[in-house]
Design a protein around this ligand. Structure first.
Ligand code: SPV
Ligand code: MG
Length: 669
């Protein structure tokens, strides 16, 4: 791509301002002339060759260009008849340098902002700058635009027109057609018209699209009043504010490209999403907020970085009121759409504008994201994430998983509500559900090898932290091996309950014979487990069965303090009452003495309490311990019954997921 700039004219209407040099050398700011700005922008946009037609003050112009020392190769073409011909003839003079080229073509008195040039350059087809928002000029250029295409250009048209400027990007084929016509004109002595008169004869074949820059700066300077307007607009452009939000922890060339574009619109502030917000919609960030912030701060073009605490932009937009929001166009669909809708609403409140660029679908970037996801699934990265989440959010929820498919549900289920995205933070590998899936009772009959196999199935297809239901932990001598194995696999926490002998599910309560372990024995088990683990990240949680076994609050609290004293990283308090008051009482009394040790609850029976309320009361982990099993089981049973009842499966079809959905449920790697 080469640039063609027409500078043969003088610009008589500028008066004394052009008495010593051509119009393009008029100063528009303390650091730039019209021309120096054009050339700098061209060079910054990656253009390295400029063909410039000259006329008046030819040598002043040539020397001036050289003095700018820009990385541009110039070819100056003098129009010897500059005082008697129009620019159609200047183009004709330059024909041998510009034929068979893709070109960016502009008049030398045009001032435009960087983003205008960039957008025109990246437009797929030949195009001309128009504006749908500027008033239609009486005497200046207008483009007749139909179906997005430029049909005619000139001052004399008034129907279906838009304000237009002589800033074109022309693909070789279209440009050759126009250039041939220009040559025809000049060779038949029609040298005093606009080059567009030649264009108007061939617009059926020469396809030029109207590129609408709306009210971004792109205007020519004809008279001193235009100069004053340009100066004011340039100052506005420089002070304009732009906002983008970033969640990424790996910066690639796609991000740099969009930042570069955004920075050309004005002063760019980047909102870096908090760790919590990233984890809620995407995946746990590999780099924490502070590191991601530093990364972004050091990118060229970034003026300021602030935290964006939520996926919703509303808070930061109302605070900063940026003129522009920049985003990839991928958020027009899918889970980000409501966020985009809210952005457009907030922008409308103060007249801001949304600018969307095509989202880069480069396979390289999707591969990188896959790689990061895979990293999150690695044992060393996954293991510590529960502790990190607790540190970051103070509160974590987990749902039961007992197979690869339930693991995927726990991993991928997302709900968007009130501009926020909700996901589960972790998975609970329940002994009840693992046993049930194998058709066995929950009495520690499914051995550890089999339980580990379940963990492995889940781990293979997910990345979220795993909390393992370790039942009683078995004999202390066995438990230390379990701890080592779980830790090595990348499990984040094991919960063991203070019972011995034949363990039965807690939800039987006192209906079955259950033996609670002594405080001493259980403390010894915890200590041995803590000694056995190799990393600081793995957590052992002590589960207290006193309320289940109706042994009273005091006993429960005594155990809780003893177990945390023995090194337990968290305390789980269990209850099977519908009324949550004994849980609340325990939490309040425990928190009165211990503000730090995480408290875990399993609200299967007292299920009316919201996570918000648990959090307020000082609970840190809520486990939905059996809900996928309990919901899946009746659904399967109903279908089985329906088939038996009707001797065919037609009636059960509506109860089943469509085949197409089931085969696409699991994405191929
Ligand atoms: C499990 O899910 O296996 C549990 C929790 O241990 S509960 O069933 O409530 O005892
Ligand atoms: Mg259990």
């Amino acid at each position: 791509m080469i640039a063609l700039i027409l500078n043969s004219g003088l610009g008589h209407r500028m008066g004394v301002l052009t008495s010593e040099h051509p119009k393009c050398m008029t100063e528009i700011s303390s650091k730039d002339t019209i021309l120096s700005r054009q050339l700098k922008l061209l060079a910054a946009a990656g253009i390295d060759e400029v063909i410039m037609t000259t006329g008046y003050f030819d040598d002043v112009l040539v020397n001036y260009c050289k003095s700018l020392e820009l990385p541009l190769k110039y070819t100056f073409v003098n129009n010897p008849l500059y005082s008697q011909t129009n620019y159609i003839y200047s183009i004709y003079c330059a024909r041998e340098y510009i034929k068979d080229e893709d070109i960016i073509f502009m008049h030398g008195d045009l001032v435009f902002e960087a983003s205008v040039l960039d957008d025109i350059l990246s437009f797929e087809n030949s195009c001309m700058k128009v504006s749908s928002t500027l008033p239609i000029p009486k005497k200046d250029f207008k483009a007749v635009v139909r179906n997005g295409r430029v049909q005619k250009v000139g001052v004399e048209f008034f129907t279906d027109v838009m304000e237009a400027q002589a800033l074109y990007k022309l693909k070789k084929n279209d440009w050759n057609l126009w250039l041939d016509k220009i040559c025809d004109f000049c060779e038949s002595d029609r040298r005093n018209c606009y080059a567009e008169v030649a264009l108007n004869e061939i617009t059926d074949d020469c396809v030029i699209y109207a590129f609408d820059v709306e009210n971004r700066l792109c205007m020519e300077i004809d008279i001193p009043e235009d100069l004053a307007v340009v100066k004011t607009k340039l100052a506005e452009v420089e002070n304009r504010t732009v906002y983008m939000c970033f969640s990424t922890d790996m910066i690639h060339s796609g991000h740099i490209a969009i930042i570069k574009k955004a920075a050309k619109l004005g002063k760019l502030t980047i909102g870096v999403l908090s760790d919590e917000a990233v984890a809620s919609f995407k995946r746990y960030p590999l780099l924490p907020f502070e590191e991601r912030k530093t990364l972004v701060e050091n990118i060229n073009g970034v003026n300021a970085v602030i935290e964006q605490k939520q996926l919703s932009y509303a808070e930061n937009l109302r605070l900063l009121k940026p003129e522009y929001i920049v985003h990839g166009d991928d958020w027009r669909e899918g889970f980000q759409k409501p966020i985009r809708d809210e952005v457009t609403e907030v922008l409308a409140e103060y007249g801001g504008k949304l600018v969307e660029y095509p989202y880069s679908k480069d396979a390289k970037y999707t591969d990188l994201e896959k790689l990061s996801r895979a990293q999150l699934g690695m044992p060393d990265v996954r293991r510590g994430r529960l502790r990190k989440l607790l540190g970051m959010k103070g509160f974590v929820n987990a749902i039961e998983a007992h197979s690869g498919i339930t693991g995927l549900i726990a991993e991928k289920t997302t709900v968007l509500k009130d501009g926020k995205t909700y996901q589960f933070d972790a998975m609970w590998v329940s002994s009840l559900c693992d046993s049930t899936a194998k058709g066995k009772p929950d009495i520690e009959i499914v051995d550890m090898t089999s339980r580990f196999r379940t963990i492995d199935d889940i781990m293979e297809v997910t990345t979220k932290p795993i909390i393992f239901d370790g039942d009683t932990g078995g004999l202390t001598e066995h438990f230390v091996y379990t701890v080592k194995s779980l830790e090595r696999m990348g499990v984040s926490m094991v919960i063991i309950e203070d019972k011995t002998g034949l363990k039965k599910n807690s939800l039987f309560g006192t209906e079955v014979e259950q033996t609670q372990d002594t405080i001493e024995n259980f403390c010894e088990k915890i200590k041995s487990g803590k000694r056995a683990q190799k990393t600081k990240e793995f957590m052992i949680c002590a589960r207290i069965e006193s309320l289940i076994l109706e042994r009273g609050m005091e006993g429960a609290l005594e155990r809780a303090f003893a177990f945390s004293g023995a090194g337990a990283d968290a305390i789980m308090i269990h209850s099977r009452k519908k009324d949550p008051s004994e849980i609340f009482e325990f939490v309040e009394k425990f928190r009165a003495q211990d503000k730090i040790t995480p408290i875990v609850v399993v609200p299967t029976s007292y299920n009316s309490v919201t996570e918000e309320e648990f959090k307020k009361r000082g609970v840190n982990v809520v486990i939905y311990a059996n809900h996928l099993t309990r919901s899946g089981f009746p659904a399967m049973q109903n279908v089985a019954k329906s088939i038996l009842t009707h001797h065919r499966s037609k009636e059960a079809d509506d109860m089943c997921m469509p085949i197409k959905d089931i085969i696409t449920l699991i994405p191929e790697e």
